[in-house]
Design a protein around this ligand. Structure first.
Ligand SMILES: Nc1ncnc2c1ncn2[C@@H]1O[C@H](COP(=O)(O)OP(=O)(O)O)[C@@H](O)[C@H]1O
Ligand SMILES: [Mg+2]
Length: 393
C-alpha cells in the first residue's frame, strides 16, 4: 500500500465488504454496484477480490419471483384480485433486477409496466441498516474531514426511500409533469391509483435501452441534459442512470425510468458547480480551491493539488474539447490517478464533502459510468456547462 491514507481507505473497504457479505441488503447493494460499473475498472490492489464479490452478488440477485409471489404482492397492495384491476398481466417478467421485477400489463386499454418489489426485502433491509453504524469508525479515519454520523444517516435514509415504491411514484410523477412537452426528454406517468409501497404501475414506454442507442453521442449528450437539468430545474438528482433505465425512441428522444434513487438538491449548489467546472476547464488551482471551498468540499488551499490530480489523471478528458469517454478512457484515467497516491492522500485527508451530496455524487458518477459503458464522444465540459446554466429550458 503506497500511503497511510490509502491504507485507511483499504480498512474502510474491508469492513464494508465484510458487512455487505453477511447481510441480505449488503448483497443487494453489492449487486447494484456491480450493475452500475464495469468491474474491470476497480483499481489494484482491490480489483480481484472486490470484482469476485460483486459478480457473485449479481448472480445471486437474479432469482425471479414466482407467479404466486407476484400475485400475492399485488393482492395485498390493491386489496383485490389483480385480474379485477388490470385488463391483463403478462406472467413472464420483462425485467428481474436485484430489488424488483417488472411485468407488462394492460390497464384501461393501455399498456402499463407493473413493478413489484421483492418480497421481504424492505423488512430485511430495515434490520440490516443498523449494521451501517459499524462503518462510522473506519469512515471517520479514511475521511477525517467527513462527518461519519451524518453520512451514515444520509445513507440509511436514502436506502429506505429506495424501498418505498409509493415515494418513487411521487417523484416519478413530478418528473413526468415537469417534462411534459419537452422536445426530447420524457418520463412515463404513474397510475397513482395502483401505486403502493411495494407496487408501482406506470405507462408503458417504448424504445430500446441505451445499450442499443443508434447514436450514442447524441444519447450521451441528452443524458447529461436530463441529469444536470433535473438538479437545476426541479432541484432533484436522479442517482441511478444505469443504461437499462434509459430508453431511446425512434426519433432519438430519451425516456427515463426508475426513480427509486433520487435526492433533493439545493439549486444554489448546482450553480456552485459551474465555478468548479470553469476552474477545471481553465486549469486554475486557485479558482478551483475557492469554488470547492464555497461548496464545502475542500479547503481553498487544496485547489492546486486537485487541479494537478485532475489534469494528470484525466489527460485530454480533463480539458474542454471533444473527447471519447469509453472503457479505455476510464482505465487510462484510473491508472494515471493511481500513479499519484501522494495527491490522492492529500485530498482524502482534506476533503469534507457534505452528506447531502452523497446521492448527487453517486448520480454523477453513475451517469459518467453509463456514458463510458456505451462509449461516446462529446465536448463534456460544454455539455455540462450548458446544462448547469440552462437546465431543461
Ligand atoms: N414504464 C416502463 N415501460 C417500459 N419498460 C419499463 C418500464 N418501467 C420499467 N421497465 C423495464 O423494467 C426494468 C426494471 O425497472 P426499474 O424501475 O429500473 O427497476 P429497478 O429499480 O429494480 O432497477 C427497466 O430497466 C425496463 O426495462
Ligand atoms: Mg432500474
Amino acid at each position: 500500500m503506497p500511503s497511510e491514507e490509502l491504507a485507511r481507505l483499504d480498512a474502510l473497504l474491508s469492513v464494508g465488504l465484510g458487512l455487505a457479505r453477511k447481510a441480505r441488503s449488503g448483497r443487494l447493494l453489492l449487486a447494484r454496484i456491480a450493475d452500475s460499473i464495469d468491474v474491470g475498472w476497480i483499481p489494484r490492489p482491490w480489483g480481484d477480490e472486490i470484482a469476485a464479490e460483486l459478480e457473485a452478488a449479481l448472480v445471486g440477485a437474479a432469482e425471479p419471483l414466482s407467479d404466486r409471489e407476484v400475485h400475492r404482492v399485488l393482492r395485498d397492495a390493491w386489496g383485490s384480485r389483480p385480474e379485477d384491476e388490470l385488463d391483463d398481466l403478462d406472467p413472464d417478467p420483462v425485467a428481474v433486477t436485484p430489488a424488483a421485477q417488472v411485468h407488462r400489463g394492460s390497464f384501461d386499454g393501455k399498456p402499463v409496466a407493473v413493478k413489484v418489489l421483492r418480497t421481504g426485502l424492505a423488512a430485511s433491509v430495515r434490520q440490516d441498516l443498523a449494521l451501517v453504524e459499524l462503518l462510522a469508525g473506519p469512515l471517520g479515519s479514511a475521511f477525517p474531514g467527513v462527518d461519519p454520523a451524518a453520512v451514515t444517516r444520509e445513507f440509511r435514509e436514502r436506502v429506505l426511500e429506495e424501498l418505498d415504491l409509493e415515494h418513487e411514484a411521487e417523484v416519478q410523477r413530478r418528473f413526468h409533469r415537469a417534462l411534459r412537452g419537452h422536445p426530447f426528454l420524457s418520463v412515463p406517468a404513474p397510475v397513482t391509483r395502483l401505486c403502493h409501497e411495494s407496487v408501482l404501475v406506470s405507462e408503458w414506454a417504448d424504445g430500446v435501452s441505451l445499450w442499443d442507442a443508434p447514436d450514442s453521442d447524441l444519447a450521451a449528450a441528452r443524458l447529461i441534459a436530463f441529469a444536470i437539468g433535473a438538479a437545476v430545474t426541479i432541484g432533484v438528482s436522479h442517482a441511478d442512470l444505469h443504461p437499462d433505465n434509459v430508453l431511446v425512441g425512434p426519433d432519438g428522444g430519451l425516456t427515463i425510468l426508475d426513480f427509486g434513487a433520487t435526492r433533493r438538491v439545493d439549486r444554489d449548489r448546482a450553480a456552485g458547480a459551474i465555478g468548479v467546472l470553469d476552474a477545471l476547464a481553465a486549469a486554475d488551482g486557485e479558482a478551483l480551491g475557492h469554488a470547492m471551498a464555497a461548496l464545502a468540499w475542500l479547503p481553498a488551499a487544496n485547489g492546486p493539488a486537485a487541479i494537478e490530480l485532475a489534469r494528470h489523471a484525466l489527460g485530454e478528458l480533463g480539458a474542454p474539447g471533444r473527447t471519447r469517454l469509453d472503457d479505455a478512457a476510464v482505465l487510462g484515467a484510473r491508472d494515471r490517478a493511481m500513479q499519484r497516491p501522494d495527491l490522492i492522500g492529500e485530498l482524502l485527508v482534506a476533503g469534507s464533502p457534505p452528506a447531502e451530496d452523497l446521492w448527487p455524487a453517486r448520480g454523477f458518477a453513475v451517469m459518467l459510468a453509463t456514458i463510458a459503458r456505451i462509449g461516446a464522444a462529446g465536448d463534456w465540459f460544454a455539455l455540462l456547462r450548458t446544462a448547469l446554466s440552462e437546465g431543461w429550458d
